[in-house]
Design a binder for this molecule. Structure first.
Ligand SMILES: [Zn+2]
Length: 423
């Protein structure tokens, strides 16, 4: 931890040069005259701008103030105006709120748990700086032998500028800027010719998950609750509020037959049909699996009644072993909510009693697995959770245990390297 602070004070000299922010690539996708999606950053984030008669509404601000300043330039080029009225955060993770401070004239709006969640961000910045500096170094060495005019070189240069901007922002000028206006359950923003509806979604990706619906424009922002390339999941042992998810999705889908665009926090845009497929999947498992169990079906029988191939809307994901595995875990988890997650159990032991106790717990579980299940994604999720709370040593310890359970996992190795390189 201590060395991470020193690393911040002595940023490499190349980062102190002229600003690279102008080279950050931003892809602008126009959904209508009023709605603009801006894709940017190292994590392929989607920020959305809605032009209303009461000013511009921006949903999510990417990772850092430097990226958000570039977003502003593109917004102003595309829409010819700069009357920012309001910034809405879909949840409290840094890749969605990191640029908030670049909109000082706008009112920041988010769920009441968003501000509290953002308090953990400052503690994670040093590790992220170290990670981006390391990645920037790798990109620079890939870039060196290339013809600077080639397409590949330009793409890498854009990535490099983005990473260097984020590293410098995090080290030097990031001010965590939480929502000034919060809500508990629902909030309706009257923006003159447009109404913006905010819904507390209920814990899915995060406790602060907020859906942002603009019925006049047929657009819905879902943050990191859904992703075009994945199915919903239940198996993480958090406090799911799936009854609430279904209530909110029903209300939005039933109330807006013209909903055309569903914008996730990252990656490819989705459609109304994609959202319907996710709602129907959740309902089929959340309501169907416990009924099967009550009717006396065994777990294998219940799994056989809910094959992944029974959801034709996800036919394009049938070939993915990872998705298939998550589907089976969804059914297993809903069939028996008493089964405990190895990752979350170790997380609790680490926080309460330290690494040695967690190691012994894992040895105990390995010799008698009944009552437990293990999921690689949960170890990664739990490590992020610990890191977000500032428990970086525990996060690294958890990933070391995970590396023992999943010796071939590149994702776990990479996450561990990111944490250890800044310790
Ligand atoms: Zn995200």
């Amino acid at each position: 931890m201590h060395r991470a602070v020193v690393a911040l004070t002595f940023l490499p000299a190349f980062l102190h040069g002229a600003t690279r922010a102008a080279e950050i690539p931003i892809e602008a996708v126009r959904l209508s005259d009023e709605v603009l999606v801006l894709r940017s950053g190292p994590m392929d984030n989607n920020a959305v701008v809605v032009a209303t008669s009461a000013g511009l509404v921006v949903v999510d601000t990417d990772l850092s103030p430097g990226i958000a300043e570039r977003l502003r330039e593109v917004i102003e080029e595309q829409l010819g105006r700069s009357d920012y009225a309001c910034v809405i955060n879909t949840h409290h993770h840094v890749d969605h709120v990191g640029g908030n401070q670049a909109f000082p004239e706008a009112e920041i709006v988010g769920h009441e748990s968003c501000a509290e969640g953002m308090r953990g961000i400052a503690a994670t910045l040093p590790a992220t700086v170290a990670y981006f500096l390391q990645s920037a170094g790798q990109i620079r060495s890939q870039l060196e032998p290339l013809d600077p005019e080639s397409e590949r070189a330009r793409e890498l240069a854009g990535k490099l500028a983005t990473m260097e901007t984020v590293a410098r922002d995090f080290a030097e000028r990031m001010r965590v800027t939480p929502p000034a206006r919060t809500f508990a359950d629902r909030l309706s923003l009257d923006m003159g010719d447009t109404t913006v509806e905010l819904y507390r979604f209920g814990h899915a990706h995060e406790v602060s998950d907020t859906l942002v619906h603009v019925p006049e424009d047929g657009v819905l922002m879902v943050g990191d609750v859904y992703d075009a390339g994945f199915i919903p999941y239940f198996f993480q042992g958090r406090d799911w509020e799936a009854d609430r998810w279904l209530e909110v999705l029903d209300e939005i889908l039933d109330g807006d037959p013209d909903l055309a665009h569903v914008v996730p926090g990252h990656g490819a845009l989705m459609s109304r049909e994609d959202l319907v497929a996710r709602r129907d999947y959740i309902r089929a498992l959340w309501e169907g699996v416990p009924k099967d169990r009550e009717a006396g079906l065994s777990l294998p029988e219940t799994l056989a009644r809910h094959p992944f191939s029974g959801f034709p809307a996800f036919a394009h994901l049938l070939a993915s072993d990872e998705v298939q595995k998550v589907h089976r875990n969804n059914v297993r988890y809903l069939w028996n909510r008493d089964i405990k997650s190895v990752a979350y159990t170790l997380e609790e032991v680490l926080l309460a009693s330290g690494e040695q106790a967690a190691l012994e717990k894992l040895a105990g579980i390995s010799s008698d697995e009944s009552g437990f299940y293990s999921e690689e994604l949960e170890f990664l999720d739990s490590a992020r959770f610990l890191e977000g709370r500032g428990a970086r040593l525990e996060a690294a310890a958890l990933l070391r245990l995970a590396a023992g359970v999943y010796p071939d996992s590149a994702k776990i190795r990479e996450a561990l390297r990111g944490l250890e390189s800044s310790e």
